[in-house]
Design a binder for this molecule. Structure first.
Ligand SMILES: [Zn+2]
Length: 631
């Protein structure tokens, strides 16, 4: 469907959450998310607490009604008492704070004078404390998207929640490894007017964040929420878009959904539908068990079946709202979320699934469904069925008004499903365990003068100043190692091309071979490069050193060198071997002169693959030169 997004008054804003590649925010655990088995588990239950104004959050109440137990997976390597909520938080991680300050300065936002850590109520058990710590860092600023300016609302830092591992009816299993990883929360004003602009804004934010070289990469490290409404619709918050490139699809599909709900509303008006006619059936459901006792449909046969009439809804339950999702799907989502039932049957789709025309006719009679009406059926014990059918009636009453405000989950195909009501506003209160932090003006000025380069600036510098190839520069400009690469070249004077190749290709090769590259720190890289430079390690044994060290990350560079020495050749040993071979062949060398290839072959055989041809050739040339023999 072609939509004129300006005509329908589309407004959207983004909220981007990006994990930072630093230690955890309020404890000193490393930010490691793994697929390992947990070291142990513990359980908690959650009770809603009224805010200081005596107000209960509606979303909190809805969650509490489900009476869930939360199970937490604990990992020794990435958790401590703070994630367990058994110990007060520590001061904010400095590196994480600095990264967010850099981002704020790059976006020309105004950094606050003081950082106040706040507690934001969390109602789904994804934080053991029942709240998430968050701190506003900056406000304002803008992004330029083509000719348009998208204003930045806020830039905050917060702790990531625990990961959902499994959702059962009465129990949710969370993994604590992710809890506490610093997230930057980057929020724009609702200045976006088209799906395309939404996508471009998301890309721009992503690029801005990556410039710091301090953001985590890969699936699950960035999550985007989209706030969206159309003029005749309502504010919807789509949660958890993982694929940045899909943002435009979500925005378009949501605009479509709101337009279709508007059409349903108009049709109901035409039919003169009235709220009273719908609500009169609340708590007055019809039992239809008898009708389906002989049904071909196994789901309803010999089960308790209840139904209710939806006055004036004939044909509307089957109306498509998003590709492959109907109004009936929407009703079904509500029933799942609010009454814990798997699904519904409705008259617009029947007869089907083995339910016969005759059974449909009887159900219609029993529920007093007339020509313009529809009916829905649920399979459950009476109390649960009544709850579910009441939920459906309430949702249909809302269809008379239009689009309900709500939070929706992003589905992978670009559609969304109901998740919960929009959370209330009164959710923040001060974190008294962490003192207020004043931002040092001088430090901020210094940061401002040394902001990370833009990707284009980086590329130009790498090509012109470092003289690396355009291809390498292109890859390096947005790589997380870009800043580190600049340090290695400028401060440590390493060769730009070989360093870039190691950082871009060497590490990737190792990852493909199964090396635990997540354990490779910048410090490790620097030490290995130093060792090569000091000729303690052969250049071509570099990757072996990384592989060995990443498996034993608490070991030292000395230990790595020793290990490699035991296992094979290192510079010194190889040189000894080469000297020995030259010595043994001194007679031939004297008579024949240029014997490089012959000696090379000899050394290769005796080195038994423990050193590369490149290293052998280099040392052999050096040693021959010392003897006054040029190749
Ligand atoms: Zn910890």
């Amino acid at each position: 469907m072609e939509i004129d997004f300006k005509e329908i008054g589309l407004k959207a804003g983004l909220e981007v959450h990006q994990q930072l590649d630093t230690g955890k925010l309020f404890c000193r655990c490393p930010s490691i998310v793994s697929e390992k088995k947990p070291d142990f588990q513990f359980k908690r239950k959650l009770r809603p607490v009224a805010s200081e104004l005596g107000y209960f959050d509606p979303a909190a109440l809805e969650a509490f009604k489900k009476k869930l137990t939360y199970v937490y997976n604990y990992f020794e390597e990435s958790n401590c008492l703070i994630e367990e909520d058994e110990e007060p938080p520590k001061a904010m991680d400095q590196e994480a704070l600095h990264t967010v300050l850099e981002i704020a300065l790059m976006a020309e936002a105004k950094v606050l004078d003081e950082i106040h850590v706040m507690r934001k109520t969390v109602i789904d058990g994804s934080n053991t404390s029942g709240f998430q710590r968050t701190a506003m860092i900056a406000t304002g600023g803008k992004l330029k998207i083509g000719e348009k300016e998208i204003r930045i609302d806020t830039i905050a830092i917060e702790e990531d929640s625990a990961r959902t591992i499994e959702k059962k009816e009465k129990e949710i299993v969370y993994s604590l490894d992710r809890l506490g990883i610093p997230l930057i929360e980057f929020t724009t004003k609702p200045d976006i007017r088209t799906p395309k602009q939404a996508k471009e804004t998301a890309q721009k934010v992503g690029e801005l964040l990556r410039r710091t070289c301090n953001t985590k990469r890969g699936l699950g490290t960035i999550r985007q929420d989209v706030n969206i409404s159309i003029e005749k619709g309502a504010r919807i918050e789509i949660k958890g878009v993982q694929e940045l490139g899909m943002i435009d699809v979500y925005v378009r599909r949501e605009a479509e959904r709101q337009l279709k709900l508007q059409e349903i509303k108009e049709e109901l008006e035409k039919r003169n539908a009235r709220e009273e006619e719908l609500v009169m059936y609340k708590n007055k459901v019809f039992e239809l068990t008898e009708i389906f006792s002989e049904s071909e449909c196994k789901i309803v046969k010999e089960k308790k079946v209840f139904g209710v009439k939806l006055s004036k809804f004939n044909g509307l339950i089957g109306k498509e709202l998003q590709e492959g999702r109907r109004f009936g799907t929407e009703l079904s989502d509500y029933v799942k979320a609010k009454a814990g039932l798997k699904g519904i049957f409705h008259s617009d789709e029947l007869p089907k699934y083995g339910i016969s025309a005759e059974e449909v006719k009887k159900a219609k009679e029993k529920t007093q469904t007339r020509e313009q009406d529809a009916f829905v059926l649920v399979v459950a014990e009476k109390e649960k069925a009544e709850k579910a059918l009441n939920v459906i009636i309430d949702r249909c009453v809302y269809a008379l008004k239009g689009v309900p405000e709500e939070t929706r989950n992003a589905l992978l195909d670009g559609n969304t499903e109901y998740s919960r009501p929009l959370p209330g506003e009164a959710r923040m209160y001060p974190e008294t365990d962490i003192p207020v932090k004043k931002i040092n003006k001088k430090f901020l000025e210094e940061l401002k003068e040394n902001l990370p380069l833009t990707p284009e600036q980086r590329k130009i510098k790498y090509i012109n100043k470092y003289k690396i190839s355009e291809q390498l520069a292109e890859k390096m400009k947005l790589n997380n190692y870009a800043k580190f690469f600049e340090y290695l070249v400028e401060e440590k004077k390493f060769n730009p091309t070989t360093t870039a190749v190691l950082l871009l290709e060497g590490i990737t090769t190792l990852k493909r071979q199964g090396t635990k590259t997540e354990n490779i720190s910048e410090e490790m890289i620097e030490k290995i490069l130093d060792a090569v430079k000091e000729k303690k390690l052969l250049q071509d044994n570099q990757l072996k050193a990384f592989d060995l060290w990443s498996a034993e990350k608490e070991k030292s560079i000395e230990w790595i060198i020793e290990k490699l020495q035991e296992a094979g050749f290192l510079e010194e040993k190889l040189r000894e071997l080469i000297k020995e071979i030259i010595e043994n062949n001194s007679a031939i060398i004297k008579t024949q002169g240029n014997v490089f290839s012959a000696l090379m072959g000899d050394v290769m055989i005796q080195a038994k693959g423990k050193a590369s041809g490149k290293d052998i050739s280099r040392i052999l040339k050096e040693e021959l030169k010392k003897k006054g023999i040029e190749k």
